[in-house]
Design a protein around this ligand. Structure first.
Ligand code: DQA
Length: 244
């Protein structure tokens, strides 16, 4: 099954709170739900991504290579000046549709220019959420070949799921390492100050938060997962104490 990635750039997380004259009253969740439903109608998988950060958007575009078949991109204000996003779109060789909720050609002058337009297949603007849906239709109709030989991510569903898990694992391990480093620093601070600043109830708080952060059916698993991470952190902190 083909996959479309919906990318929303800075400030689009605030839809619902932005000027309704340009952006309507719906939230980002409403917009993403509409895209997911359109995906079901078109028979494609839809992934949604939003970030306020240029580098995160660029990384997401890089990581799409080989696994995403088409992108619908509202780069927000980056549209008007981010050559870095422009270059990323050019290099990934995935068809990208440029979308804007508002009509950027009938607003302030600085919104008239899109530096990404020349590397995108088509620009949709001034149509609100409908623009995203039309962009998705256009991708499917004109850019998704039926010939499996020609497509990059037309693999069997198991390999697709495994590739997605591999990507998540990579991201998770980066976060795991960051967490371990903070634990190490805490151990060092405690060792230097000589005071064991044990915060009662902290562990319980972390476990409760883990349980609440996920869908109900994963609650117990998330708790166990965090319990194991806490155990590993404590083990590393003990090692550090013993090194001293
Ligand atoms: C926008 C238009 C941009 O000029 C603006 O900075 C946005 C949203 C739109 O969807 O209309 O944040 O891309």
């Amino acid at each position: 099954m083909k996959t479309i990635l919906i990318v929303n750039g800075p400030n689009l997380s605030m839809l619902g709170k932005r000027d309704p004259k340009h952006y309507g009253r719906g939230t980002l969740k409403d917009l993403e739900n509409a895209c997911v439903n359109k995906g079901i109608e078109l028979g494609v998988k839809v992934e949604c991504f939003q970030s306020e950060s240029e580098s995160a958007i660029i990384r997401k575009l890089h990581m799409s290579m080989g696994r995403i078949d088409g992108i619908v991109m509202n780069a927000g204000a980056y549209t008007h000046y981010s050559i870095a996003i422009r270059d990323a779109i050019e290099l990934i060789k995935i068809p990208v549709m440029e979308v804007h909720l508002s009509d950027i050609h009938n607003r302030e002058d600085f919104r008239n220019t899109s530096v990404i337009e020349s590397v995108c297949k088509k620009q949709f603007c001034g149509m609100g959420v409908k623009g995203y849906l039309l962009a998705m239709e256009e991708l499917v109709e004109n850019y998704f070949s039926d010939d499996p030989e020609e497509t990059s991510s037309e693999t069997d569903p198991l390999s697709e799921e495994r590739a997605a898990i591999n990507e998540i694992d990579r991201e998770m391990l980066v976060l795991f390492q960051r967490r371990m480093k903070h634990s190490e620093r805490i151990a060092k601070i405690k060792a230097q100050s000589g005071t064991a600043t044990y915060v009662p109830g902290r562990e319980q708080e972390i476990l409760d938060a883990a349980e609440k952060a996920v869908e109900e059916s994963y609650g117990n698993y998330a708790r166990e997962f965090m319990q194991e991470i806490l155990r590993l952190s404590k083990e590393r902190q003990k090692e550090i104490r013993e090194e001293k």
